[in-house]
Design a binder for this molecule. Structure first.
Ligand code: RIB
Ligand code: CA
Length: 315
């Protein structure tokens, strides 16, 4: 098997961090060309630091990490410290990472990588606001040819919003970027709240992760033990939705997910429903089918995969 080249674009965030660990644990399947970071859960100077910390913890100081856009394309920035804590990754002790920050801007890295790539060869995995990817497409539209597929975390249909009554956070932060990416013409697998809310980090599942007994699993258990507090209180469920790792899990085990081709469109103007993703699941319009919308996941299979991969890291 030849590992598939991927760029992970993220805003760590505890769940982004777990997605990074899952990808780093899977070198046979995924060749991480670079980690690009964006302002989202917390400001850019923290998301880039947090991504580099995860590289240190996972023993991957070799991975190139880039800082990208520090604000959305059009809107003013909004953040989510109330969920992720002021560090963005509360639940692990923060340290200054050894993994260096690359000099290049993330958007330049994305553009240069995609322009030089074979057609349809690179997978993009955005797990935060899609500002960097949209900016790359806006700067050099020819980059689209190099994209094989985009596996994104964002949006919601039946689940409703999480940051507003009708919008999921990543799309609400940058609805203009989401629209650019959703309409780029390449295959998109869209992991929204409808599926991420099915993979809750229950106490039992966090205990399984902690029992793995290596540094990466310990960091994961620590972050999830913090991350679930807000959602547990808000939804009355046990555990938090493990949003971002659903993207990497799909790349590793697409059979765990059910998806349906349909149209997704983004509300960019209404203050009341800004960032809403209108998912035409029942094809009631003639809008083009631009995504594979994930609507079901084998949650136990997801956590079996996560625990098995975390166990691959040395103690
Ligand atoms: O709405 C959930 C998404 O917003 C996740 O990607 C989380 O990390 C935050 O970025
Ligand atoms: Ca995220």
């Amino acid at each position: 098997m030849v590992a598939s080249p991927v760029i992970i674009d993220c805003d760590p965030g505890q769940d982004d961090a777990v997605a990074l660990f899952l990808a780093m644990a899977s070198p046979d399947e995924l060749d991480i060309l670079g980690i690009t970071t964006v302002a989202g859960n917390v400001p850019l100077e923290l998301t880039q630091r947090n991504a580099r910390m995860m590289c240190d913890i996972a023993g991957r100081k070799d991975l190139p990490v880039f800082a990208g856009c520090e604000r959305p394309l059009v809107r003013a920035p909004i953040t989510a410290e109330y969920i992720h804590g002021n560090t963005g990754i509360d639940g692990v002790d923060v340290f200054e990472p050894v993994t260096p920050l690359q000099d290049d801007h993330a958007v330049s890295f994305i553009v240069e990588t995609l322009v030089d790539a074979e057609p349809d060869s690179i997978t993009l995995v955005p797990t935060g606001p899609m500002t960097n990817i949209a900016a790359a497409i806006g700067r050099s539209p020819e980059v689209v040819k190099g994209i094989r597929q985009i596996v994104s975390m964002g949006g919601a249909m039946r689940e409703g919003g999480n940051r507003s009554p009708s919008a999921e956070f990543n799309i609400l932060v940058d609805p203009h970027a989401a629209e650019v990416v959703y309409n780029c013409g390449k295959p998109i697998i869209a992991m929204g709240l409808d599926v991420t809310h099915q993979v809750l980090s229950t106490r039992e599942r966090v205990a399984r992760i902690r029992d793995v007994g290596n540094d990466v699993a310990d960091a994961t258990a620590g972050m999830l033990s913090f991350f679930h507090r807000y959602d547990t209180k808000k939804y009355g469920s046990e555990g938090a939705p493990l949003h971002d790792p659903c993207t990497v899990a799909w790349l590793l085990r697409p059979d765990l997910f059910a998806t349906k081709r349909c149209n997704i469109s983004v509300e960019k103007d209404s203050e009341l429903t800004l960032g809403h993703t209108a998912v035409d699941f029942w094809h009631v319009t003639d809008r083009p089918h631009n995504v594979d919308w994930a609507y079901e996941v084998d949650a136990d299979g997801f956590y079996d995969l996560l625990v098995e991969r975390l166990a691959r890291f040395g103690s």
